[in-house]
Design a protein. Structure first.
Length: 203
């Protein structure tokens, strides 16, 4: 039985309306809808550690749905890679859209650490072994000490923010709106192994 032209047009119209609805929904995230989406944890793609609680939920929901393929690849890499055995270095995941940087090095004394932010990428920080302290502050309330450099995709700041202890049980997300101060030494942990996954930020 063949579909009539009217039926075909109706199906196409409904499909288009559904896509338009999904697109509109993705652009109108708020704290409530973003938290509901976040709490389902389907976006983790099987990655076990928990997301730190101070994450900007609305921006995360927006970014994930604007660039879902990239985010899914990032979490699949974290899920499928034996991070305890991976060697330090840079690992392409999806060309320049997603890549990982693995380090194993001493953390810094507080005075030697620095506030930074990025424009082209979201940073996902995960401690594989050890602990470190990471600071977070809004870029809007930070004072620029080193202007943004497009080559390094970084700017530096003075800021007052919140500090969190990063462990293998947690991972952190920092968007361009978030100044962050990583690699701060925690007593008893001289060398820390971590991975930073860079995910392309979509305006």
């Amino acid at each position: 039985m063949k579909l009539s032209d009217i039926t075909k047009k109706t199906i196409l119209l409904l499909a288009f309306c559904n896509l338009a609805y999904v697109a509109a929904a993705q652009e109108t995230w708020n704290e409530t809808t973003a938290k509901q989406w976040l709490d389902k944890k389907e976006w983790k793609n099987g990655f076990k550690p928990e997301l730190f609680t101070a994450v900007n939920k609305v921006v995360f929901a927006q970014q994930y749905h604007k660039n879902r393929t990239a985010w899914d690849k990032a979490f699949a890499f974290l899920r499928d890679t034996d991070l305890t055995k991976i060697q330090p270095g840079k690992y392409p995941i999806d060309g320049d859209n997603v890549y990982a940087i693995v380090t194993e090095a001493p953390s810094k004394e507080f005075e030697a650490s620095a506030w930074e932010s990025h424009r082209k990428y979201t940073d996902l920080h995960y401690i594989i072994k050890g602990q470190e302290t990471i600071g977070m502050a809004p870029v809007s309330k930070a004072t620029v000490t080193k202007p943004y450099n497009e080559t390094t995709d970084a700017a530096n700041y003075n800021a007052k923010g919140q500090y969190f202890v990063a462990t293998p049980a947690l991972f952190f997300l920092f968007f361009p709106q978030d100044a962050h101060r990583p690699n701060i030494k925690v007593a008893g942990y001289d060398v820390v192994k971590k991975v930073v996954v860079k995910i392309r930020y979509v305006e």
